[in-house]
Design a protein around this ligand. Structure first.
Ligand code: ARG
Length: 243
């Protein structure tokens, strides 16, 4: 009896020691900020969108259950680093800075930063943003680019919706946002328009903790299958209609 107890203790100690991280479990925990249509947003009680659908197919492929955790955009990388989440998937642009902290999968789509203004705005190109009050979502690439704009006053919001509202109320002059979410916000608000000229071209990828190279390889293999089979294009096409 004593021996059995000892071995049970040993096994549980091993399990604790293993601290294998969420990735070795049968769950795939995705950290996101679900206020970014059409990539991730809340519909009813569910988080839907391009990223949510792609993540579901990856989880299926890996034989794991997808769990989506909604959080502030600027908490996502830390959540992945600490093992609270397995993947970052949030329309997240690959940047050299972020690569210091997490690894990125192969990109799954292209994106861009654009400028949204009111219809009567005099801003017609990125150059016109000098000296303006610019709204961004905190911690995004839009936030980073805004910092390079001469004499700009940057207003940082925790959600793009809040930046859009501030723009509608003339508290700011422009919002820098990713193209597809920008299109959604403009389509919902007839007083707003998007400037044609893109600020930058970017790529979205899935973030994984540095030490979790096995999961990264699995995700890349999965993504390749989904790209080759046309599934990724199909999902994107469902949410983004070609002009
Ligand atoms: N693509 C931009 C970035 O990576 C913005 C992403 C915002 N995503 C979100 N789910 N709110 O910084």
């Amino acid at each position: 009896m004593k021996k059995l107890l000892v071995s049970i203790l040993a096994v549980s100690a091993m399990m604790t020691l293993c601290a294998c991280g969420a990735s070795s479990s049968n769950k795939l925990v995705m950290a996101t900020n679900a206020a970014f249509p059409p990539y991730e947003y809340i519909e009813g009680k569910e988080i839907v969108g391009i990223d949510a659908e792609i993540a579901k197919l990856i989880a299926d492929d890996l034989g794991k259950e997808l769990i989506i955790e909604d959080m502030a955009f600027d908490s996502i990388i830390a959540a992945v680093q600490s093992g609270k989440a397995d993947i970052a998937m949030a329309g997240m642009t690959v940047t050299e800075d972020r690569k210091q902290n997490i690894n990125f999968s192969d990109p799954y789509t292209e994106a861009a930063q654009v400028i949204v203004v009111k219809n009567d705005s005099t801003v017609a190109s990125p150059d016109d943003l000098a000296g303006k009050r610019i709204g961004v979502q905190i911690g995004t690439t839009g936030d980073i680019y805004a910092e390079d704009i001469e004499n700009a006053e940057i207003e940082r919001y925790s959600k793009y919706f809040e930046a859009i509202n501030a723009l509608l109320q003339d508290k700011i002059d422009a919002v820098i946002v990713d193209r597809e979410p920008g299109k959604v916000f403009v389509s919902e608000n007839p007083e707003l328009k998007m400037i044609d000229e893109e600020f930058t071209v970017e790529e979205y990828a899935i973030g994984v903790a540095k030490e979790n190279t096995e999961l990264l390889d699995q995700i890349n293999a999965s993504l390749k299958k989904l790209k080759d089979s046309g599934k990724i294009d199909e999902i994107i096409g469902k949410y983004i209609k070609a002009e």
